[in-house]
Design a protein around this ligand. Structure first.
Ligand code: ZN
Length: 96
């Protein structure tokens, strides 16, 4: 698991994050921020919302998230948080 929960600053950290995303499109990412229903959103690594160029929106950093290289790794992490897969919002752009 890669812990980017404090956010990802532009530059080397963001380059490394985007390289990770491109290594396997089926790996998954959970956003730290919650939606209106109070749920964190689950994405596939290839979701276009995860890797847009920061400069294109004038952003200096990307919002906090956690990256997982398998569903098992994600489920272990969720368990440690007292949560299950069903407690996550599935991104409508990449998960349906
Ligand atoms: Zn998505």
């Amino acid at each position: 698991m890669r812990d980017y929960s404090a956010g990802i600053p532009a530059g080397q950290a963001d380059d490394s994050y985007r390289q990770w995303l491109s290594r396997n499109p089926s790996w998954v990412v959970v956003n730290r921020a919650t939606n209106r229903r109070g749920l964190q959103t689950l994405h596939r690594a290839n979701c276009d919302t995860l890797s847009y160029p920061l400069a294109s929106r004038g952003d200096k950093q990307r919002s906090g998230k956690w990256c997982f290289e398998s569903l098992a790794e994600l489920e272990d992490w969720l368990k440690s948080q007292g949560k299950m897969l069903g407690d996550l919002n599935r991104c409508p752009r990449c998960m349906e």
